[in-house]
Design a protein around this ligand. Structure first.
Ligand code: DHB
Ligand code: FE
Length: 289
């Protein structure tokens, strides 16, 4: 049986990818950001997953206003880094896991969550920047990756509650896969930021830290927060945070089982302002065996 070993949460700022690709991580502006991921890179090496189920959002790169899937699962064997206007990032291609992805699609769709199945897709900074932060600059990514794209760009995005319930369905799907794979689930995007309009540049440290606290201790309660609260408190792009609830919903303490305390261990927590226009938040939660 496959199992979810841990969940990872991180922002996905494009300028972080550019800083890595152009050798600027040691500059005074960037140093404190990358310091927050030193532990994480060691932890990834010590706890290597077979597969990362990577929840992210596409930024009008693979999709556009012509086609807006709410939830899209990548079932291809390989996904190329996208050209977002400055050429593709010089990072390895993403190797998928078509068998596990197809199994998850079948299980989750028949568990009443409609997914769009994507057999060809380039992946943008939403997916490649978290991989760079967690894995550094290897010749090849150290594991297979199943891209899972969520629409948080064009109204209406899915509710936090639905994301949280979808995470639970994804856990059931992974745990019914008949191969002993170690799977991590990542929730990416956020934290507070607004890239447009009169409030451009908005950051809300109090909201972000309360979100991290509650995501750990009361994810069910956090999942009930309506969109308008994210937009008011965390800015228009702060809505990316609903994706973190998919990863959190997949952790074992969220299951209805009553046997013992299964709350995840907090392996790492990091918060830094600013990176580009964004507050950077990062968590690693491990499932108890
Ligand atoms: C920035 C953040 C994002 O999430 C994004 O998708 C693009 C830009 C920024 O902080 O500049
Ligand atoms: Fe974004």
């Amino acid at each position: 049986m496959a199992r979810i070993t841990a969940s990872v949460y991180t922002s996905h700022v494009p300028a972080i990818g550019a800083a890595i690709d152009h050798g600027k991580t040691g500059e005074p502006y960037w140093q404190p950001v990358f310091k927050g991921y030193e532990f994480s890179k060691r932890w990834m090496k010590e706890n290597p997953p077979d597969v990362v189920f990577l929840v992210y959002n596409d930024h009008a790169t693979a999709f556009s206003l012509e086609l807006i899937p709410t939830f899209a699962i990548g079932t291809a064997a390989e996904f190329a880094p996208a050209d977002e206007g400055y050429g593709a990032r010089p990072v390895p291609a993403v190797i998928g896991h078509p068998e596990l992805a197809s199994h998850i699609a079948q299980s989750v769709i028949q568990d009443d969550f409609d997914l769009t199945i994507v057999n060809r897709m380039d992946v943008d900074h939403g997916l490649t920047v978290p991989l760079s932060l967690m894995c550094g600059q290897p010749q090849a990514w150290p594991c297979r990756v199943i891209p899972f794209a969520v629409n948080v760009v064009q109204y209406p995005p899915p509710s936090g509650r639905r994301c949280f319930m979808l995470g639970q369905a994804i856990r059931r799907a992974i745990e019914s896969y008949d191969e002993p794979l170690r799977v991590q689930i990542w929730g990416t995007g956020g934290m507070s930021h607004q890239l447009q309009g009169p409030r451009a540049g908005l950051i809300n440290k109090a909201f972000d830290n309360a979100f991290l606290d509650r995501l750990i201790a009361d994810p069910q309660g956090q999942s009930e927060i309506p969109h308008i609260d994210y937009v008011r408190e965390a800015g228009s792009e702060g809505i990316e945070l609903v994706m973190w609830l998919i990863a959190r919903g997949a952790m074992s303490d969220v299951s209805r089982s009553t046997e013992g305390d299964k709350s995840p261990a907090v392996r790492h927590r990091f918060y830094h302002v600013p990176a580009s226009n964004t507050a950077v938040g990062h968590l690693i939660l491990e499932n108890k065996p």
